[in-house]
Design a protein around this ligand. Structure first.
Ligand code: SDX
Length: 380
């Protein structure tokens, strides 16, 4: 059969789904979740309400949101088997590998019941949204020699996560800023980790395997891993006067500048704008961050050198500066992305179940046609 279209590296510009979950306009720098502008959600909503909106396609009533929060509280704790398993992980291991392993391990405890039952889907959504933050906090605590995390049910989703991670109640502004970060990272149409989730979901495997696939994909430095790489870059640059030579060297040696560029956005990522505002609000509370000044200079120089190619700051460029000010260590930056994006992965998992068609694209074969088997003794 003839290919339906020509080969597009990285599937650039190829529609692989019809979706009603989110919308991006890369020229205007617009992002909408279920038709609502991200700026409006960031001001008026919460992560849990946004997760409900993304997954079930509408804003919850007050009762539904309270029930959702209560269900999540009741499922926050992780089985001791998983905590015991984590104790065998090397402390030097990356938290994204720990998260991918423990996310997949969740599937050991919950049978692969019929996926088409709404209550099975809701159970899985609640368990995954509730346990992912606890698993991230548990591995982080374990590396500090504490073998348990204590969720605090008096705190909302985001404040509780910061509490489990730092063992101190966050300032209300810090909790709110973290909650907005989670909203900003929750969903972004056909990004690599969501597409990975969809391909996995299309074989009707269980949602824990779907999330494990997506976590592995998000971990890469070209995707969610970039937020951690940005801070490494800012530390390497070290001062404002070193910015220009550093960027010129990257361009000279075709080295990708972390936190810049995007397959869809050809202007500054609207999420980067909001993250900058959050960073500036945090600095008022906790003091200025000299890396922010370096970051602003990096953005200026990159716009001068690469703006003509449509390369501008993306969501990963400022997020790390916000997380660091919230007391989150750099190797936990990408797990923060995962805690949030799991809402988008679950929304697409649910949407994909309704499509119920396995992903199986084609290829253009460029290999040899008539290979010959040469016995080993006759090979050079
Ligand atoms: C995320 O898809 C999503 O929506 C992702 C995300 C989400 O919410 O899920 O938005 C989150 O992953 C943001 C991106 C985080 N990654 C980084 O910051 C890593 C650095 N960025 C690049 O690796 C790159 O921009 C990508 C991966 C983001 C996009 O890759 P593309 O679309 O395949 O672009 P490309 O590699 O084909 O580059 C096109 C041109 C090339 O130049 P030419 O060879 O044509 O001359 O632009 C250049 C590239 O060299 N380029 C860069 C660059 N990004 C692209 N040059 C320097 N620095 C960069 N960052």
């Amino acid at each position: 059969a003839q290919p339906a279209c020509e080969y597009k590296p990285g599937l650039e510009g190829v529609p692989v789904a019809q979706s009603s979950i989110s919308y991006v306009d890369g020229k205007e720098g617009i992002l909408k979740y279920r038709g609502i502008n991200i700026e409006e959600l960031a001001t008026k909503s919460t992560f849990l309400e946004t997760a409900f909106l993304l997954i079930w396609g509408r804003l919850p009533s007050k009762q539904e949101l309270d029930d959702f929060q209560e269900d999540i509280n009741n499922h926050r704790r992780i089985k001791y088997h998983i905590r015991d398993m984590m104790k065998c992980f090397p402390e030097s291991g990356h938290p994204m590998d720990a998260l991918q392993t423990s996310a997949a391990a969740l599937g050991l405890f919950y049978s692969r019941r019929a996926l088409d039952k709404e209550e099975y889907i809701r159970d899985a959504v609640v368990r995954i949204l509730a346990k992912i933050p606890t698993m991230v906090a548990a591995f982080s605590q374990m590396r500090r020699g504490n073998d348990s995390v204590k969720p605090n049910d008096d705190l909302n989703y985001s404040a509780n996560f910061l509490y489990m991670l730092t063992e101190k109640e966050p300032e209300p502004l810090e909790a709110r800023i973290f909650d907005v970060c989670l909203m900003l990272h929750a969903e972004h149409t056909m990004n690599a980790s969501t597409f990975s989730a969809m391909v996995t979901a299309s074989t009707l495997t269980d949602p824990y395997a779907v999330v494990a696939s997506a976590v592995g994909t998000l971990a890469g430095p070209l995707h969610g891993g970039a937020n951690e790489e940005v801070l490494t870059m800012l530390e390497e640059i070290g001062s404002i006067e070193n910015v220009r030579p550093y960027i010129e060297d990257c361009i000279e040696n075709k080295k990708k500048i972390m936190g810049f560029g995007h397959r869809v956005y050809k202007v500054k990522d609207p999420r980067a704008r909001i993250l900058q505002q959050l960073a500036e609000r945090l600095f008022e509370l906790t003091g200025h961050d000299e890396y922010y000044d370096i970051a602003l200079e990096v953005e200026r120089v990159v716009a001068e050198k690469l703006g003509h190619k449509g390369i501008y700051a993306n969501v990963d460029f400022y997020s790390g500066l916000v997380y660091r000010k919230l007391g989150i260590k750099p190797d936990l930056f990408t797990p923060m992305f995962a805690i949030s994006r799991v809402a988008g992965w679950l929304a697409h998992w649910r949407e994909q179940l309704a499509v119920n068609r396995i992903f199986r694209p084609t290829q253009i074969y460029v290999g040899q046609k008539d290979g010959v088997y040469v016995p080993i003794e006759e090979r050079s």
